[in-house]
Write a protein that binds this ligand. Structure first.
Ligand SMILES: [Zn+2]
Length: 350
């Protein structure tokens, strides 16, 4: 890879070396002209790098050059994750916003699962740690306000931590609670006014869309509020995710189920990738725990080909994996049970 780039640069430099000669009629004794009008040369370098034809690049040594690898989608991005609440609430007061006379408790106790009995701060941390790992795997640098439950950090302090680090996006990970057990669904919150409002709202929308696509959760909505201390003090784009209602027995169980947590993390990660790159295309590989329309289409095709005797429910379980293995065996592919790009290409080929 490095060699190819060097060769491309060398050929580009050779091209550049010719260019000034053609410009001598414009400014023969003005060496600065080369720097004043760099556009044709710049295009040349970019073009050479992009096309970098293998056949044109002389290979001085026979050692194999590795395949060029793409940068991960979140390379160079820094993200702050604040798992909401903590083991013990802190009822001391702090200003709800810079310069505000209104105060709020430093950290509220949060809600608790009506069926599981698990406190919100615990669920928030469990999922946040998985989200950290997922975002790091995508190339991001991740900062956490806490990695244990036994801390005492106020909502204002959490916001200031991320301001200090100047993260590209701050996430506040929470679960919701309502007086009615029937209320369920996921929602995101951004500020209505103030610093980085538009960016925060855009991130809140993209994250919620992707979260609901991945989990099938009801879309509670994107809410704009200037009532949260943790957001009002933030000077970076900041989103609070309410992943679901722990006051709803079914959603409480889901929020504390490792399989559902994986879907939540996958959805939030996807939304974050879309926020940083509007052209982001996710890895199309489908595997166990994948779900959605793409899985249903895969299942329908496996049924059509006689590998799957089931309904296309859009949930990639053990039966779907076995059917994919059967197809892979018949198609002469490695039997992984994972529908990667090559498998899908063969499966849908007419
Ligand atoms: Zn909360």
């Amino acid at each position: 890879m490095m060699k190819r780039i060097l060769c491309a640069l060398l050929s580009a430099l050779l091209l550049c070396a010719c260019a000034p000669a053609e410009e001598t009629s414009v400014g023969a004794n003005a060496p600065s002209m080369v720097f004043m009008e760099p556009e044709p040369e710049t295009v040349g370098i970019v073009g050479a790098l992009e096309s970098a034809p293998v056949s044109d690049a002389p290979e001085p040594s026979p050692e194999p050059s590795p395949e060029p690898t793409e940068a991960p989608p979140l390379a160079g991005v820094s993200i702050g994750i604040d798992p909401g609440h903590q083991e013990h609430a802190n009822s001391e007061r702090e200003p709800v916003a810079p310069g505000s006379g209104e105060t709020k408790a430093k950290v509220a106790s949060g809600t608790q699962g009506v069926r599981t009995g698990i406190p919100e701060y615990e669920t928030n941390l469990t999922i946040s740690l998985q989200l950290r790992d997922a975002l790091e795997a995508l190339g991001a640098t991740v900062y956490m306000t806490r990695e244990t439950n036994d801390v005492d950090i106020s909502n204002m302090e959490r916001a200031l931590m991320f301001n200090e680090l100047n993260v590209d996006l701050a996430l506040r990970i929470h679960c919701n609670g309502a007086s009615s057990k029937s209320v369920h669904g996921a929602g995101t919150y951004a500020r209505k006014t103030g610093d980085k409002q538009a960016e925060s709202e855009r991130a809140a929308t993209l994250i919620l869309d992707a979260l609901c696509e991945a989990t099938g959760a009801r879309r509670d909505g994107v809410f704009l509020r200037d009532t949260y201390t943790g957001q009002n003090w933030s000077t970076v784009p900041c989103v609070m995710v309410e992943m679901g209602y722990m006051s709803n027995p079914e959603e409480d169980e889901k929020l504390n189920d490792p399989g559902y947590q994986k879907l939540l993390v996958a959805g939030m990660s996807e939304g974050i990738c879309r926020y940083f790159d509007p052209n982001y295309k996710p890895d199309a590989t489908l595997r166990e725990d994948s779900r959605g329309e793409a899985v249903a289409a895969l299942q329908a095709r496996l049924i059509e080909l006689g590998h799957l005797n089931d309904v296309a429910d859009g949930i990639y379980g053990a039966k779907t994996a076995a059917a994919v293995r059967a197809f892979q065996a018949a198609a002469g592919l490695e039997e992984t049970g994972v529908a990667d790009e090559a498998t899908q290409e063969k499966l849908f080929a007419k």
